[in-house]
Structures are given as structure tokens and as C-alpha cells.
Ligand binder design. Structure first.
Ligand SMILES: Nc1ncnc2c1ncn2[C@@H]1O[C@H](COP(=O)(O)OP(=O)(O)O)[C@@H](O)[C@H]1O
Ligand SMILES: [Mg+2]
Length: 283
């Protein structure tokens, strides 16, 4: 079967991935007055498929191109070459209206998202803000929806009127997630979103993601330098090094039978791997 073009038909086969990245490349030029322009190949021929309702993890050391890939997928960065499809829609040369629509469907949550929340707004106003900008429902309805999403992410009613600065780090992270969810995205990307949290808070947020996924069938792309973080979360793991995906496959396969030396090095470097290792793993 020629899988590469079959899924481009409007109806698409049942197995059509939610997102398909094909041959993506992106080069940056670093310059400084003390040295010549230097090319950095941030992404080099990266291909990836994300199935609806799955959790895909991208892992790799700092500078391996993970954020560049996330930004390209979220349409916040333009690749030099390659293609991205959301279902049957090719995300190239979009009109401004199409781009806005795609940016709602693919939500990117950074580590700094939680700290960048507007301190002049209350928690519920922050969650409602994307809906306010879209103006899709009446103001009371938008507030009602925002309250629902706050509840969904485990934020209690006493926090509704608080400034984000009167919230804990974990609560701010939940608020950033609630805000992203109001747009009913098809894909949620977490780029090192939990790096600033302590282990207990991080575990609680990961549990929240699992619960939300089980109830609502969300599709996640989780980006991290910490392989242990995704051990109990990911269905599919892609390992990046120097702009390339050097290994990818089912999470169980990658964790138990890592093929690439870089994956093995990442596994060996994880102090938490012993704790997070799936039961029965002989690794
Ligand atoms: N805007 C930019 N300008 C120049 N170089 C960049 C830019 N963004 C990223 N890079 C470089 O591209 C490479 C990949 O970066 P990045 O995607 O942020 O990696 P990661 O998220 O895995 O740490 C790094 O060498 C980084 O310095
Ligand atoms: Mg990054």
C-alpha cells in the first residue's frame, strides 16, 4: 500500500494519523560581531506520525531540535523544507484565517507559559481570555465554560478570583492547561512544561494529563530531555539528536530494547530511570 499519499484523500482511511510530519528541515544562522555567520541545522529530515488519542514523546538532550519541531508543528515557525499535515489538511501556505484556525487546533504549552500569565487578570479571566478573543459565546457562557475547565484541571472554586501570582507553581501550570483546553485543541504540545516543578507536583500534573486523556481522548505531544518523565505516559517515543530522529517506536520497545547508542546513553543517564522503569523491564 502506498501509505504516503493514500491518507491525503479528504475522507481518509480509518488509520489516518492526526498529524503527519514528513522530511522537515530547518536551519538557523547564528551571528555575532566577533565571528562569522554560523549555520545550525536545528531539524534535519524529520518524519513523525501522531495517532489520534495517543501520547507521543520527543526526548533528546538540550539543543537537539525538540523546540524547533514543536514550533513548526504549532505553526509558530516555518520549516525550510518538508511538510506537515493535520489529518488531510496540508499546513503549508495557509491564509491568515486558516493559520489562526490551525493555531487553535494545535496548542503549545511551554515551561514559561505558566509564568507568563497576565498578572492583571483573575484566574477565571485568564482561562476565559482565548474565548473572549474569539467571541464565540456570550460573556456569561464564556465564564461558565472557563469555570468548567478550571474544575476539570483540578482548580478549586476558591481560586477563581485570584491573580496568577497568588497561585502556586502547580496551580499556575494547571491554569495554563485549562486555558489551552478552552479552545478544544486537537493536539496539545507540552514543551518542557513541567521542568520547573518539583517531583511530586510533576507527578500530579502527569496524573491529571492521564485522567484528561482517558476521559476526553486528547492527543498529546510531550517534549522533554527527561526520558524517565514519559516512561508511564507515552505510547510512542521519538529520540532526537542533532536535529534528527535517531530512533522511534512503541514506548515499550524503545524503553526495553533501545537500539541507538544515544537512546541507551539517555537511559543510562537517568537517575530516575530505576524508579520509573516499567515493571518487568529487564533493562
Ligand atoms: N531562533 C534561533 N536562532 C538561532 N539558532 C536557534 C534558534 N532557535 C534554535 N536555535 C538553535 O537550533 C538548535 C536546536 O534548538 P532547539 O530546537 O531549541 O533545541 P531543544 O529544544 O532540543 O533544546 C540549537 O543549536 C539552537 O541553538
Ligand atoms: Mg527546547
Amino acid at each position: 500500500m502506498s501509505a504516503s499519499h493514500a491518507s491525503a484523500s479528504p475522507a481518509g482511511p480509518l488509520t489516518e494519523p492526526l498529524l503527519r510530519v514528513q522530511g522537515l528541515s530547518r536551519r538557523y544562522y547564528r551571528s555575532g560581531f566577533w565571528r562569522k555567520k554560523q549555520a545550525v541545522q536545528a531539524l534535519s529530515d524529520v518524519s513523525l506520525e501522531i495517532q489520534r488519542g495517543s501520547t507521543t514523546a520527543i526526548v533528546g538532550e538540550s539543543g537537539s531540535g525538540k523546540s524547533t519541531l514543536a514550533m513548526c508543528i504549532a505553526q509558530l515557525e516555518t520549516p525550510d523544507s518538508g511538510d506537515i499535515w493535520l489529518k488531510s489538511q496540508r499546513l503549508t501556505g495557509l491564509t491568515t484565517a486558516e493559520l489562526l484556525s490551525i493555531r487553535q487546533k494545535i496548542q503549545l504549552i511551554f515551561q514559561s507559559s505558566a509564568s507568563a500569565l497576565n498578572p492583571r487578570l483573575s484566574a477565571v479571566e485568564i482561562v476565559a481570555e482565548p474565548l473572549d478573543i474569539l467571541g464565540t459565546a456570550s460573556k456569561p457562557r464564556r465564564r461558565e465554560l472557563a469555570l468548567e475547565y478550571m474544575q476539570l484541571t483540578g482548580l478549586t472554586s476558591d481560586l477563581v478570583g485570584r491573580s496568577p501570582w497568588a497561585l502556586s507553581g502547580g496551580q499556575r501550570q494547571r491554569l495554563a492547561i485549562a486555558r489551552a483546553l478552552t479552545l478544544r485543541p486537537e493536539l496539545l504540545i507540552f514543551d518542557e512544561s513541567f521542568s520547573g516543578l518539583d517531583l511530586i507536583l510533576e507527578a500530579q500534573i502527569l496524573e491529571l494529563l492521564r485522567t484528561l486523556k482517558a476521559s476526553y481522548g486528547f492527543t498529546y505531544l510531550v517534549i522533554t530531555h527527561d526520558l524517565a518523565l514519559v516512561a508511564g505516559l507515552a505510547d510512542h517515543v521519538a529520540v532526537m539528536q542533532s536535529g534528527k530522529i535517531v530512533e522511534q517506536g512503541a514506548a515499550s520497545q524503545v524503553f526495553r530494547h533501545a537500539q541507538h547508542p544515544h537512546t541507551r546513553a539517555l537511559l543510562a543517564a537517568m537517575p530516575r530511570w530505576e524508579i520509573a522503569r516499567p515493571a518487568g523491564s529487564g533493562a
